[in-house]
Write a new protein. Structure first.
Lengths: 256, 538
């Protein structure tokens, strides 16, 4: 990471435990603002766990321990006991591996986050639905059936709806946990275009198994292995001239 | 081993048979067939016996060897096991003349058999049916006599008028009696508070005087009504004079065509659903029992469903998993297996005596020792049933909540929703179809229970409905009638069990119909909700 870029999330010496089992070991990481950062690594390396630490989704799994610091914009301590995770999650949106639209209409899916935050003005909601769906490149496909159930959409459309739903609450950061792993190549391309589109406006962190995808969409890449951050740097750099042996082995397909 | 080539083929087939589980498939298919067969038989038996009860049967006249005659409906025939001679069971009616409703006759006794055209069936308020012939109508309203049947037709408008008048007076008597009763209770209350009820007592006195006049009017109306009689003869020529107003329905089954019979059938069906029972419940309608049953189930649902739902939500979503929660879960499941009569005893001691008694001593101390809430009633019966069904609702709701995919909840949390918002907006709506399945099970269970009701408020004959036009319209403290108890009472406790048999089947059919109707409406609701959340494809 070059020095002139500001970081949106600074992680310092983060350890994470599921019960007794340690899953993350002393992670130190500066995630740059308004860039796309990819987390790669073999299954079980802790990249998804790490991602879930950032918006405290791990709170929902019982019996976990976090040690170390995660700072948002250099100020907010994510792991602060007094910090309401509800407010944190409004600032950090999340897209899941499996698209998970609610069993409601397309419209209601998009405004869900606003409604629970107490927004009632119909005009505001309408505007946000349109802008979010446009931003998620879904507007033209669904504008005539906003009140139809979201469950009638295709897999790729559902995932884009989930992105629209996440950006409707105007977060600063988007976490994407393998957003394309359940999609066909065409829908994947759609999502990747969308990520490229959103770059610059949001800080996006994407976990992926697909190294081509990481190299296509991300500015920075972090390589995790066995709960440790092995290497972090510019994507071009990491994929062409990795400094660590483990990184090289992984990206050249020697293991993983 | 070359010699075993054929064997090994057979052997292979045999092994394949077992390996592919062919036998098991047959067995499971057989199981389904057996269940289907049992359900079909159950429904078939009840529908067959229940539906044909009201169909008018021919009146057959038999002349026996001793020249005595009987006139009645053929109920069943049996073959004597040794002599192979048929014997017939005949419903002869005329209990007031014969002393019995049914007679067995042997084929060889019968000298002659005919189907007299003019035979008539009279359904009466008392003594069951009369089988015989009409002789004359004795009424001052008839000036010139024609045939008896035509005479009767002529008297009918007058009778209807008189009956309506009597009915009005009766209603008046009942409502006056209610007013007087409430004043009496008021006086008790005033006295209890050591005040002087003189004014109320004066009012009561005035009302009592009016009431006595009303009673005279009532008696007059009755005498006016019983002046119109008919003379009928039975098949042996014995005459019997009967008050026309006491005859509920009459028809000549041997003359009726298909539509005539259908008319009688429909009229009886109508009576069944909308009229009061007669003759210690063995005749007449089921209306109070139907109202009681439906109201009981609905009241039970109002208590049971929300309670079970919120309890399950707490156990599944909020309670900390651990030994305590596990113990509670086991306890709840075990509660579902507690015999219903035990719940009845609990309802009696806890609801009726403790809570009901408490309400009485707190709110109605002046009426004691006459209980108001401290005796069985719809409220206590439905609360007992609610407790009985809550475990079913809890178990089903917990299962339903567990079935909602975790990624949906996480999706909601990730958007900044609280646990409560997630529950209300996502989890419970998603679980609703399966929760409703639990409701349906609970409702069916409650509809079938009789034992706990017998000690918490069901009666053989309730003078008033728990739902009527009198303020506050719903009277949950009242005792009520119930179809399940009705079946038991009519079938096994009535003075004339043989004659009551058809009513047992009819009542069973109605109870079954109500349960099916309630379940069907819930199923339709569930399917609507399910459709809303369906098509969740990945």
């Amino acid at each position: 990471m070059t020095t002139q870029e500001t970081s949106v999330i600074s992680v310092k010496d983060l350890d994470f435990y599921y019960g007794e089992a340690q899953a993350l070991f002393g992670i130190d990481l500066e995630i740059p603002k308004n860039k796309v950062t990819a987390f790669i690594g073999p299954s079980g390396c802790g990249k998804s766990t790490f991602l879930r630490c950032l918006n405290r989704m791990n709170d929902l799994v019982g019996d976990t321990t976090v040690e170390g610091k995660i700072l948002l914009d250099g100020v907010t301590d994510v792991n602060d006991k007094d910090l309401d995770p509800i407010r944190l999650r409004r600032r950090i949106g999340m897209i899941f591996q499996k698209s998970n639209p609610f069993p409601k209409s397309i419209y209601e899916n998009v405004v869900y986050g606003l409604r629970i935050a107490g927004v009632k003005d119909k005009k505001v909601l309408d505007e946000i639905v349109e802008s979010s769906l446009k931003r998620a490149a879904l507007w033209d496909e669904v504008k005539d059936r906003l009140n139809a159930t979201a469950l009638g959409l295709s897999g790729g459309q559902m995932q884009r709806l989930c992105i629209a739903r996440a950006i409707a609450v105007k977060p600063e950061i988007l976490l994407m946990d393998e957003p394309c792993s359940a999609l066909d190549p065409k829908s994947t391309a759609h999502i990747e275009d969308l990520i490229a589109d959103l770059r610059g406006e949001y800080s996006i962190i994407i976990v992926t198994h697909n190294m081509q995808q990481a190299s296509r969409v991300s500015d920075y890449t972090a390589f995790f292995f066995e709960g440790k951050l092995v290497e972090f740097g510019h994507t071009d750099h990491l994929f062409t001239k990795p400094t660590e042996k483990q990184t090289e082995d992984y990206i050249t397909g020697r293991f993983g | 081993m070359p010699s075993s080539k054929q064997d090994s083929y057979k052997d292979q087939q045999f092994k394949k048979f077992w390996r592919e589980g062919e036998a098991f498939i047959w067995l499971s298919g057989l199981g389904v067939a057996l269940v289907l067969f049992m359900v079909a038989t159950l429904v078939g038996v009840i529908v067959k016996n229940g539906a044909q009860t009201f169909w008018p049967k021919a009146l057959v006249s038999f002349t026996l060897a001793d020249d005595s005659k009987i006139l009645g409906e053929l109920v069943q025939e049996q073959e004597h096991p040794h002599s192979h001679v048929n014997r017939y069971q005949i419903k002869v009616g005329n209990r007031d003349l014969n002393g019995v409703d049914f007679k067995w006759i042997i084929e060889t006794e019968i000298k002659e058999q005919s189907v007299p055209d003019d035979a008539i069936v009279l359904e009466r308020m008392e003594y069951g049916n009369f089988h015989g012939f009409i002789k004359s109508i004795n009424s001052s309203a008839i000036t010139e006599k024609t045939t008896p049947l035509e005479d009767w037709e002529k008297v009918k408008p007058l009778l209807h008028k008189l009956e309506a008048e009597t009915e009005d007076i009766n209603d008046e008597v009942i409502s006056r009696a209610n007013v007087m009763e409430s004043i009496r209770l008021e006086i008790l209350k005033v006295r209890y508070h050591k005040e002087n009820p003189a004014q109320l007592e004066r009012r009561l006195k005035a009302l009592t005087l009016q009431f006595e006049k009303l009673m005279v009017l009532q008696a007059k109306a009755r005498t006016a009504l019983i002046r119109h009689t008919g003379t009928f003869v039975d098949v042996n020529g014995r005459e019997k004079e009967m008050v026309l107003a006491h005859i509920v329905r009459s028809y000549q089954p041997n003359q009726l065509g298909l539509f005539g019979k259908l008319g009688v059938y429909i009229s009886k069906m109508f009576e069944l659903f909308f009229d009061e029972p007669r003759e210690s419940n063995t005749e007449g309608g089921l209306f109070p029992a139907i109202v009681g049953t439906v109201m009981l189930i609905l009241t039970m649902s109002i208590f049971s469903f929300p309670l079970g739902l919120i309890a399950a939500v707490y156990m599944k979503e909020y309670a900390k998993p651990g030994i305590l929660l596990q113990a509670i879960r086991v306890a709840v499941s075990n509660l579902a297996g507690v015999p219903s009569i035990v719940w009845g005893i609990f309802g009696l001691t806890f609801f009726v005596y403790t809570i009901g008694g408490g309400i009485d001593s707190f709110f109605y101390p002046e009426r004691l020792p006459t209980p108001t809430f401290g005796t069985g009633g719809v409220l206590w019966g439905s609360l007992t049933l609610a407790l009985l069904t809550v475990p079913v609702v809890i178990v089903a709701t917990e299962e339903a909540l567990a079935g909602v995919p975790g990624d949906l909840r996480h999706g909601s949390y990730a958007l900044g929703a609280t646990k409560f918002q997630t529950l209300i907006n996502v989890t419970i709506p998603m679980a609703m179809p399966r929760i409703i399945t639990g409701f349906i099970l609970a409702m069916s269970r409650a509809a079938g229970e009789v034992a706990p009701l017998m000690i918490t408020g069901v009666v053989k004959l309730a003078p008033t409905l728990p739902l009527d036009g009198e303020f506050p319209f719903v009277h949950l403290e009242r005792k009520f009638m119930h179809l399940g108890f009705h079946i038991y009472d009519v079938g096994f406790q009535s003075p004339n069990v043989e004659a009551a048999k058809p009513m047992v089947f009819v009542t069973t059919l109605v109870l079954m119909g109500i349960v099916i109707a309630l379940s069907m409406s819930s199923i339709i609701l569930r399917n609507k909700i399910r459709k809303k959340y369906a098509a969740r494809a990945f």
